[in-house]
Structure formats: structure tokens, C-alpha cells
Design a protein around this ligand. Structure first.
Ligand SMILES: [Zn+2]
Ligand SMILES: [Zn+2]
Length: 150
């Protein structure tokens, strides 16, 4: 069964007139299915196991195309590599300062229309046309926390 998110991205890519090469399909599939917010190099190593001739440059070009059509989101919180998120729905991230693990965090609960973690002044919320958010929490994951305390 084809992943719903993958299908959404593929439709958008086709709508914008980009051809769907097998390599491009593979790159999009990885981004649509990854939950760990991979870097371009992470995507590259995965695609390489299927298409050994692919270049890192091809990965970057395809990611740039996906950024342009707003189907992938950049996470640029580190001096190190930029990470990518194939999930463009509103959500926040919690990032481990040590191992750079990125976990999705739901800050807005649609079911009861309440902010669960982020408070926005109701007056501001009414006056301002808020179209999205980009929130990052930092800390140490359980693994790293235990390592550093020893
Ligand atoms: Zn960690
Ligand atoms: Zn995410």
C-alpha cells in the first residue's frame, strides 16, 4: 500500500511538471517515510543502496525542488548538516543537543482547539493572521542524559 504522504508529494511534483524518474521516486519515498528527519547525506546513503550510481548532488537538487514546491521542510538548528522533514503538517520538534536526534512534538491539538504547550495571547491570536509556526525545543535525550551523568 502506498503511503499517503508519499502520494501527496508525488501528485504535487507531477502537478509542477517535474518528471518522475526512479531515483526521484526513491528520494521522495525516503523523505515521505522517514520519521528521523534525515540529512541529505542520510538520504544519499539510503538511495545509494538501491541506485549505486546516484550522486549526492542529485540528492541536493531533488531536495531543492521539493523545498521550492513546499513539500519538504528544513530544520537548520545546527552548525552541522541541515535536516529534512517530509512531514509539512504543523508540528514542533524536540532536539537532543548531543546526538542531534529530532523527535516530532504535537503542540497544537486540533480536537479541542487548544494550545497544549504554547500560549498565544488571545488578543494577538485574534488580530494576527497566524499561518504557521516553527518551534524547537532543545535538551538531552534519555540516552545522552544517562551517559553524561555517569
Ligand atoms: Zn541524545
Ligand atoms: Zn518533524
Amino acid at each position: 500500500m502506498i503511503n499517503k504522504r508519499l502520494e501527496q508529494i508525488l501528485n504535487k511534483v507531477k502537478k509542477h511538471g517535474y518528471s518522475l524518474t526512479p531515483q526521484r521516486y526513491e528520494i521522495i519515498k525516503i523523505l515521505a517515510e522517514s520519521k528521523n528527519h534525515p540529512s541529505a547525506v542520510d538520504v544519499y546513503s539510503k538511495v545509494k543502496s538501491v541506485y549505486p550510481m546516484i550522486s549526492l548532488n542529485t540528492i541536493y537538487k531533488n531536495i531543492a525542488m521539493l523545498l521550492e514546491i513546499n513539500e519538504v521542510r528544513e530544520i537548520k538548528s545546527f552548525q552541522s548538516a541541515v535536516r529534512y522533514d517530509g512531514d509539512i503538517s504543523p508540528h514542533a520538534h524536540i532536539i537532543c543537543r548531543n546526538c542531534k536526534e529530532i523527535i516530532d512534538l504535537q503542540v497544537y491539538d486540533d480536537s479541542n482547539d487548544e494550545m497544549t504547550e504554547i500560549y498565544i495571547n488571545p488578543k494577538l491570536k485574534k488580530e494576527y493572521n497566524i499561518t504557521g509556526y516553527n518551534v524547537e525545543f532543545f535538551g538531552l535525550c534519555n540516552n545522552c542524559k544517562n551517559k553524561t551523568s555517569n
